[in-house]
Design a protein around this ligand. Structure first.
Ligand SMILES: Nc1ncnc2c1ncn2[C@@H]1O[C@H](COP(=O)(O)OP(=O)(O)OP(=O)(O)O)[C@@H](O)[C@H]1O
Length: 239
């Protein structure tokens, strides 16, 4: 069931995505993401993690099946509609932060609102930076911030539009282990629907649930995961 359950932030049903008529990147994926839950997606290289994220976030089209995000059938939208959905209802955090270097932290955070033609109040931006522990860094440029601080600015930027789902692609991939832990604690604490692709069992163990992919299929799930169990399951899939 997809349509009316308000507790569901995102749902994929029997999703297929084939590249070049032969690579089955997603091969019948069915997954539900309850509102407010934090899910990690893991699997061997080439198992379809990035494809899942790109398709669920409306960045790429699927060949069959359905995808619903925030009550909207993403698979039925045209390109312009998908762009608007991404702008208004979806947040993104990337491994490489993707902040604009010439803008201050505050200007980076308010950018999504400006792009949507909305005038950010200074209180709103201050609040967003305070929520990620960077109230005192509003005027700093990305080069004046540590990697962890830059990622926290990126998280504040992703959340300023109050998205239905936050998609995170290896958000701790460029961070050392201490900084990673801080960013993961922040993600865990925001009580937001998060779908995060990661190779790191420590990062995955911060989530409420880990979904494992292999050859474009869901091959297992762990709830309230611990690092050792996640690492063992991943090693088994990679063997
Ligand atoms: N644009 C593309 N054109 C053709 N094949 C693609 C394309 N993108 C991905 N693939 C193939 O689809 C499959 C799934 O790729 P995907 O990038 O989703 O895997 P992944 O699990 O994210 O891998 P990794 O952990 O290495 O990033 C792979 O076999 C990949 O080679």
């Amino acid at each position: 069931m997809l349509a009316t359950d308000t507790a569901v932030a995102a749902a994929l049903h029997d999703v297929h995505k084939v590249y070049r008529k032969q690579v089955r990147a997603l091969d019948g994926v069915t997954l539900t993401f309850a509102a407010g839950t934090f899910t990690a997606v893991m699997g061997p290289s080439g198992s379809g993690k990035s494809t899942l994220l790109q398709c669920a976030a409306g960045l790429d089209r699927i060949d069959s099946g359905s995808i619903e995000v925030a009550g909207v059938r993403v698979d039925r939208l045209n390109e312009t509609q998908r762009t608007l959905l991404r702008r208004d209802r979806i947040g993104f955090v990337f491994q490489s932060f993707n902040l604009l270097p010439s803008l201050t932290a505050a200007q980076n955070v308010e950018l999504p609102l400006r792009l949507a033609g909305r005038r950010p109040s200074s209180g709103q931006v201050k609040e967003a930076l305070a929520a990620v522990g960077l109230a005192d860094r509003a005027r700093h440029r990305p080069t004046e911030l540590s990697g962890g601080q830059q990622q926290r600015v990126a998280i504040a930027r992703a959340l300023i539009t109050r998205p239905a789902v936050l998609f995170a692609d290896e958000p701790t991939g460029a961070l050392d282990s201490t900084t990673s832990r801080e960013v993961l604690a922040l993600l865990r604490g925001i009580r937001q629907t998060i779908i995060m692709v990661t190779h790191d069992p420590v990062a995955a163990a911060s989530a409420d649930r880990v979904v494992f992919l292999a050859d474009g299929r869901v091959v297992g799930e762990l709830h309230s995961p611990d690092v050792d169990t996640v690492a063992a399951r991943l090693a088994h899939l990679e063997a």
